[in-house]
Design a protein around this ligand. Sequence first.
Ligand SMILES: [Zn+2]
Ligand SMILES: [Zn+2]
Length: 307
Amino acid sequence: MRAAVFQGNGRLAIEDRPEPVITAPDDVIIAVEACGICGTDVQILNVPPGHPATPGTIMGHEFIGHVTAVGSAVSDLRVGQRVTVDADPKCGACTSCRAGRPANCLNLSALGIFRDGALASHVKAPAGAVYPLSEKPPREIAALIEPLACVVNGTNRAAARPGESVVVFGAGPIGCLFTAVLKAAGATPIVVVEPNATRAAVARAVGADVTVTPDELAVRRAELLPEGADIVVDAGGQPAAGLHRDGRHGRPDHPLRHERQRPATGPPGGDHREGADRPRHLHHQLHLPGGHPAHREWRVGPCADRQ
Ligand SMILES: [Zn+2]
Ligand SMILES: [Zn+2]
């Protein structure tokens, strides 16, 4: 089969690879129907890379497809079934998994990053990470389930309640998914900060009450969020986006929840916002969960059959 292989040092090449075959009792072979390209994929291919990956690995971790073969121990999936896959299969045995924090599994080995993924005709995944999926959603929508699951996880961590105010930095795919999910959760108003007019229009279409550029936010903050925001979502990615993530957007009297997809800089669990000062962060009891890997929330999205 033809496969898009990360060759290291910023190189991606189409190679001929053998189709995956069943080697373990819980293996599932999937014919890929659609596979997205994640910001992580771009980071992997940057020089120097912004995300680690194993050279020689077939890329692609946001995908759907149909089961073509299952191992001898797989009883709840059948050949021909449409499925999606948690691209970060959890081990179920490490201390994090046993403590009920599978997203922090110590033995994660992500498909498309550290083992072969889905930018190919076929991909192999462990049955525990494979979820049945309705035939109804169009492929280009269904392939968004993996990033949507990450966003649902982050939203649940933020414990959004109806009527709470939100500011979302960045209206890329993740920022727009957060906007849509928070809208569905009843959050209002939702203020999206985005310098790109095309992206801002998408954010309004999926639920933003108002979109502003970073400069406009600086002028209109007191008008738009007079008490500050209950929830701050940092989906801006790069400091170069020009977003003024200075930690002054939350309510001064209220524990503010701050969702971030991926710590781009700074230590894990640290305060990753440019210009943020730690005493203020601690004083206001900011909750800074890293909302990256999806786990149980795979079951609560709007698209998959079992959810
Ligand atoms: Zn991804
Ligand atoms: Zn584990």
